[in-house]
Design a protein around this ligand. Structure first.
Ligand SMILES: Cc1ncc(COP(=O)(O)O)c(C=O)c1O
Length: 389
């Protein structure tokens, strides 16, 4: 079963002038990432066979599976947020500047001392925090839900992250990470925002914008406009809000139509847009799309998506499996959450539950579609099983 809801609150031109949106003015993210060793723009690949199969004119997939060698886009958010944290501490303590070079300056980093960064994670964000901490010689502690598969735990341990399993969901892990950070004097690097805690998650959201900046040239080359589409998968929502705010800022009312994709059993944005206010999911939070298994909208992402997205859909796991196989047939390695944007497109084009949504949003043979493969095979065993079945 799939569900959908059209966003009656969508604005053609949201102003986002209020103070809470000041962070959207930050503009140095791509320059920061360019300054990191191993930076390379990820490819934007045309999925010719898949567009023919699904009946759209063109599909362009930004492939994040090779980002900084950690198999997911999440490195962009954690690294920029930790840079901003260190910058703030340095500038408050010493009153001098802390620039991109300072982030790699061992003398300066030694002077700052050793920190512990902690985060809640279903896998990828935790790995990104641990990867950044390791690069800087700091420590990390990652709180993971009890149902986390072993390979995702090992991925974090391989980056020297200490994993603590919490008896509960991702949202329970956020609460524990917050409490432990306060108790132990750690820095919580959360990818979701909640009341009273917005600066760091705003920098995480900012950091993701680099991948959308990298698309700029192709968007104009392929003349992507308001009759076209972008599918953005949402967990806590920072990734989708980063893309939606960037597209809105760049293209205004001419931005492509934004379709938000969530798992059927963890669809807090779909449920929130129906209610007209941010609410926790009533779903069972059981899905193979682990990165999207979040039950509460980020307080930063919700107002952005409410203002800018066109359509919210929720889909069962079977579409994610089909999307992984389709990506594989085009030579792209895509994990369960990574493939979920394509899974949303498959659902919209083929699932009878979404037929009314398909015709109302006017997607068809003339449509160009942007997708983001947000991860590679972050759970290699399950990846192999799904691809070979
Ligand atoms: C691979 C992947 N895609 C998408 C997302 C969704 O990101 P967000 O929680 O910012 O919505 C995640 C989150 O962990 C993820 O790991």
């Amino acid at each position: 079963m799939c569900k959908y809801y059209f966003n009656s609150k969508r604005k053609a031109l949201p102003s986002w002038n209020e103070k809470e949106f000041d962070f959207l003015k930050n503009n140095d993210m791509i320059d920061f990432h360019r300054s990191l060793s191993g930076y390379k723009p990820t490819p934007f690949i045309e999925l010719t066979n898949t567009s023919n199969d699904l009946g759209v004119r063109k599909i362009l997939a930004k492939d994040e599976s090779g980002r900084f060698g950690i198999k997911a886009f999440k490195a962009l958010g954690a690294s920029y947020a930790i840079f901003r944290v260190l910058k703030k501490i340095w500038e408050e303590k010493y009153g001098t500047g802390f620039d991109f070079q300072s982030f790699r300056d061992e003398e300066k980093l030694d002077k700052l001392g050793k920190f512990t960064f902690c985060a809640a994670s279903d896998g990828n964000h935790g790995k990104a925090v641990a990867w950044t901490a390791k690069m800087l010689g700091h420590n990390s502690v990652i709180f993971m839900p009890s149902e986390t598969v072993k390979s995702r735990i090992r991925n974090i341990e391989a980056e020297n992250g200490k994993v603590v399993i919490v008896d509960g969901t991702y949202d329970d892990c956020v609460k524990v990470a917050s409490a432990e950070a306060k108790k132990n004097g750690w820095f919580e690097i959360a990818d979701t925002a909640y009341p009273g805690y917005t600066d760091i998650p705003s920098w995480v959201l900012n950091g993701y914008s680099t991948l959308f900046r990298e698309m700029e040239e192709k968007i104009s080359e392929y003349n992507i406009g308001k009759n076209d589409f972008i599918f953005l998968q949402a967990g806590a929502g920072a990734f989708a809000a980063s893309g939606a705010s960037w597209l809105t800022k760049q293209l205004g009312a001419d931005r492509p139509k934004i379709v938000i994709v969530e798992p059927l059993e963890a669809s807090c944005y779909l449920e929130s847009i129906i209610e007209g206010k941010a609410v926790a999911t009533k779903g069972k939070m059981k899905t193979i799309m682990a990165g999207l298994n979040c039950g509460v909208p980020s307080t930063l992402a919700w107002p952005i998506l409410k203002d800018s997205a066109d359509l919210f859909i929720s889909i069962p796991d079977k579409h994610a499996k089909d999307a992984m196989r389709l990506y594989a047939s085009e030579g792209i390695v895509s994990g369960e959450s990574g493939a979920s944007g394509l899974a949303g497109l498959i659902a919209l084009m083929t699932d009878k539950d979404l037929e009314p949504a398909k015709s109302k949003i006017e997607i068809g043979k003339d449509s160009k579609v942007i997708l983001v493969n947000t991860e590679g095979d972050t759970d290699p065993e399950n990846y192999k099983n799904i691809i070979s079945s």
